[in-house]
Design a protein around this ligand. Structure first.
Ligand code: HEC
Length: 163
């Protein structure tokens, strides 16, 4: 029995070490300061702080990679979230979005935080300070609504933005 346990432990160790070979990409591409959300949209400092604190790790090029993002299998999960997060909403590349996309993303931002879908649950487990208060949700939703209306009012060239 002892022998079996010993081999099981050795096997687990070997598998764990083997997993470390597959290192995901942990990139922070350079930020073009003229294209960030803050450069393009009027963002009061108290809203900016919330984005930086609670969203930037997955939705910008300013990701802070924690120590466990270097250890498989956590590294794979963290990298996948950042990769997916940037694909859906990249606050460092806001300037590349067209008007329709900006309108849609502003709407989604309010939706996701109101439904408590963002920040992701697994992220909040390890970053409890990233949670948004009710007041912060209201603040961002009011701001997002206002910015959306401004965009829709100014946009006469493209087809009406869809919700
Ligand atoms: C731990 C990483 C992580 C954090 C932190 C995070 N998100 Fe996300 N976010 C994701 C991932 C992954 C997706 C894409 C998959 C999904 O929708 O669950 C996403 C999707 C989104 C989307 C797009 C939904 C769509 O329909 O395309 C919005 C909007 C969003 N997040 C807003 C936010 C906001 C606002 C914050 C901060 C308050 C935030 N997220 C924090 C990982 C994160």
């Amino acid at each position: 029995m002892r022998k079996v346990i010993k081999w099981v432990v050795i096997a687990i160790l070997v598998i764990f070490l083997g997993m470390q070979v597959y290192q995901p990409e942990r990139t922070n591409p350079p930020v073009d300061e003229t294209k960030t959300l803050f450069a393009v949209v009027t963002t009061p400092p108290e809203i900016r702080t919330v984005f930086e604190r609670s969203c930037f790790d997955c939705h910008s090029h300013n990701t802070r990679w924690p120590f466990y993002s270097y250890i498989a299998p956590a590294s794979w999960l963290v990298a996948a979230d950042v990769h997916e997060g940037r694909k859906h909403l990249n606050l460092s590349m806001w300037g590349d979005y067209n008007t329709n996309k900006r309108v849609a993303k502003l709407d989604q931002i309010c939706q996701e935080i109101s439904d408590e879908k963002m920040p992701l649950k697994q992220y909040l487990l390890l970053h409890s300070s990233a949670a948004l208060s009710k007041a912060e949700v209201d603040l961002i939703c009011d701001w997002a609504d206002e910015q959306r209306e401004k965009l829709m009012a100014s946009d006469t060239t493209e087809s009406p933005a869809q919700k």
